[in-house]
Design a protein around this ligand. Structure first.
Ligand SMILES: [Zn+2]
Ligand SMILES: [Zn+2]
Length: 353
């Protein structure tokens, strides 16, 4: 709860009274904010940006005609059950303002919420605690998608309206990935898979187990593959190892890159060009690797059938022969596997290409 202080705009006295009435029930929300700044700003017609103070004042929401509120904060505001009347639409996304917070996975539903509310003629407030980082990142994503803007352009636009807007560097990186995916989070894309792996890596030493969804299904357990897919088999014993959909392409290297959230540009953008210099495939982990990967930072990847050496892995990353660092890295040497084209009619049968 942020109490109104000096130099408040219109209606401060009335709000003061209201706050006294509700304040004790709603608990304290930490340090008071600078009251000189307006508590919410309109960044596009009907789209407002603000901090916790903005939702603490029902009258202000009412005056602005706001009937939809998107909260991106560590705690859901208590106002939902409060004095805002019927018909208020709310979406709460739990997120801390930290570079390692995964905001990307929530962007689609945030952007959809704002878009749907606008389509219904509602005015929307997007807010976090101080209106500087989390809410700024979400509104930037909305501007990017709605106006088909680059991250830099959308962010610069927003900062002209709100100069103190400053999202953390992890969110900047996530919005660049959002742009690279075409303003829609495609969980089957190499970009998203690599992002997920990096998120796991940030927590890796403390992990007791790896999330199952991180692993691609072992190609020996399913016979169906899409018809354009290529299957990769152990050159020595022919055991199926992974599919082409598990390959995480990267641009040819430009030297070492630090850990994910410290970076200023995405290091992996889907490429269609040849990667002639690369002597390895970097792939997502496959189920047969699971027992090898847990509890150690790096090691060899061996064929699960004949134990031929196929490549290596390192949670801290490895450098490709082209110079690019990949973090984390699950690397299979191209000369240890054969490519087999999937024959759709015959299911699991394959033909060497
Ligand atoms: Zn083998
Ligand atoms: Zn490479």
């Amino acid at each position: 709860m942020v109490r109104p202080t000096a130099s408040r705009p219109l209606g401060a006295a009335m709000l003061e009274a209201r706050d006294r009435r509700y304040g004790s029930e709603r608990g304290s929300g930490g340090a008071s904010q600078a009251a000189a700044a307006p508590q919410m700003l309109q960044v596009r017609p009907g789209v407002y940006l603000g901090g916790a103070a903005a939702v603490a004042e029902p009258q202000q929401l009412k005056e602005a005609g706001i009937t939809a509120v998107l909260t991106v904060d560590s705690e859901e505001p208590a106002f939902k059950t409060g004095a805002h009347g019927e018909g208020m639409r709310c979406l709460f996304v739990a997120a801390l303002d930290k570079p390692e917070t995964d905001l990307l996975s929530h962007l689609d539903r945030c952007v959809a919420f704002i878009g749907q509310a606008r389509a219904q003629g509602r005015s929307v407030l997007v807010h976090c605690h101080s209106g500087i980082s989390r809410s700024v990142a979400v509104v930037t994503a909305f501007l990017m998608k709605t106006d088909q803007l680059t991250f830099e352009k959308a962010y610069a636009d927003l900062q002209t309206v709100k100069p103190e807007a400053k999202m953390n560097e992890g969110f900047e990186w996530q919005l660049k990935l959002y742009q690279a995916m075409g303003y829609e989070v495609d969980t089957s894309s190499a970009i998203y898979k690599q992002y997920r792996l990096q998120k796991v890596t940030e927590k890796y030493p403390e992990l007791q187990s790896l999330p199952q969804e991180l692993f691609a299904v072992d190609p020996t357990t399913i016979s169906q593959g899409s018809k354009d897919e290529v299957l990769y088999k152990c050159r020595k014993c022919r055991r199926s190892l992974f599919r082409s959909s598990s390959i995480l392409d990267h641009n040819e290297g430009i030297g070492p890159i630090a850990f994910a959230h410290k970076r200023t540009t995405p290091s992996f953008i889907l490429t269609t060009g040849s990667q002639a210099q690369c002597t390895s495939y970097f792939i997502e982990p496959v189920q047969w690797m699971e027992s090898t990967l847990l509890g150690v930072m790096d090691g060899q990847l061996l064929c699960p059938k004949c134990t031929a050496k196929l490549g290596s892995f390192n949670w801290y990353g490895e450098q490709c022969s082209c110079g690019r660092w990949i973090t984390p890295a699950f690397q299979i040497h191209k000369n240890r596997v054969d490519e087999m084209k999937m024959l759709p009619v015959l299911g699991s049968q394959t033909r060497k290409i």
